[in-house]
Design a protein around this ligand. Sequence first.
Ligand code: ADP
Ligand code: ADP
Length: 225
Amino acid sequence: EAIVCLKHIYKDYQQGKLVVPALKDICLEVEKGEYVAVMGPSGSGKSTLMNIIGCLDRPTSGEYRLAGEEVLKLSDRGLSDMRLKNLGFVFQNFQLLPRMNALDNVALPLVYAGVRKSVRRRQAYEALVKVGLEDRVKFLPTQLSGGQKQRVAIARAMVNQPELLLADEPTGALDSKSSGQVMELFCKLNEEGVTILMITHDRGIAEYAQRMVTIFDGELSEEKQ
Ligand code: ADP
Ligand code: ADP
C-alpha cells in the first residue's frame, strides 16, 4: 500500500464573505521509497497541501490515508501522534532551537517520543553521522553555516525513522552551493530507502526528485518524465 493516499481532497478558506478554494479535487499517491516534488508558484496551494499531508490541518472534504491509517478519522491528539510517529519535517528556515547544540536539536523528537537519554544521544549522533556532521555535534546553530543548519534539521527529521520526510522549500534560504549539497543529501537518503515529499516553487530544485507533480491554482497534475 502507498504511504500517502489522498483522494478527492478539497480545501476552502473563508476570506471575509468570500470562499476561496485553495485545493480542488487533489488525488495523489506516494509509494514507499519514492521521491516526489510538488512544484507550483506562490499562492497555488502548496502550503495548504503540505499542512494537510503533514497532519497539521484538515481538508474541507476528501479522504487521506497515511501509513495505512485514515487520518481524517483521528482526533487532534491522534493527528499529533501521527506526526510524531510517521512524519519528519524540514522547513525553509530550519527551525532549530537557538540555545541547543546540534546533538540536542536532533534528539528533540525523541524527547517527545519518550526515549531515554542514553538512547537519544546515540540515535541523534547516528543521525548526525548520516548527514556528515559528526564533527559539529556540540555546535550551536549560530556557529553553523546555512547548509549545515539545514543538514542538522534533516537529521532531526530523520531521527525517529519516520515513514515520510516532508520538506517545505528546503533550499529557500540557501545559496546555490549549499542548496546543491542539501539536494545531494536528499538523493542519498532516498537511495537508502527514505520516502521524500518535497515542496518547492523552483523547477531546478524539483528536478532532483524522481517524480514531479505540479500544482496550479489548487489543481494537481503529474509532470511527464
Ligand atoms: P502557496 O503555499 O503555494 O503559496 P497557499 O497554500 O499558502 O499557497 O495558498 C493557497 C491559496 O489559499 C491562496 O489563495 C491563499 O491566499 C489562500 N490561503 C492560504 N491560507 C489561508 C488562510 N489561512 N486563510 C485564508 N486563505 C488562505
Ligand atoms: P508560504 O510562503 O508558505 O506560501 P504564505 O506567506 O503564503 O506562506 O502564508 C503564511 C501563512 O499565512 C500560512 O499559514 C497561510 O496559511 C496563511 N495565509 C496565506 N494566505 C492567507 C490569506 N489570504 N488569509 C489568511 N491567511 C493566509
